[in-house]
Design a protein around this ligand. Sequence first.
Ligand SMILES: [Zn+2]
Length: 124
Amino acid sequence: MPTYDYVCLACRQRFDVFLTYSEYGVKKVTCPLCGSLDVKRRLNRVRVLKSDESRMENMADDFAGLDGLEDDPQALGSMMRRMGSQMGTDLPAEFNDVVDRLESGQSPEEIESALPDLGVGDDE
Ligand SMILES: [Zn+2]
């Protein structure tokens, strides 16, 4: 069972919570010291995560800060370029192709139809 590290925003107490994957995000987590519900998961300290997975979580945080990207291919393209530089060297050639197309203003749908071998979703 994974261990999640939390910090209480009310009293700064740090504590561990054991949650199953189905409980996570559903079950209310409260501070064991003061009982506050105002707790925050400390994302980068989750012991069960491998480095790749925590890196993906950081990227998910980047995504969360950028609303409406599907309507703004150029912003999506520049964000993907930033993600690509974080990921390092293992990017398929298609990745740069997609980023170039996004930055030139093509929609994701246009790109998918232009690149049928892309295999969108395989890496998710
Ligand atoms: Zn507390």
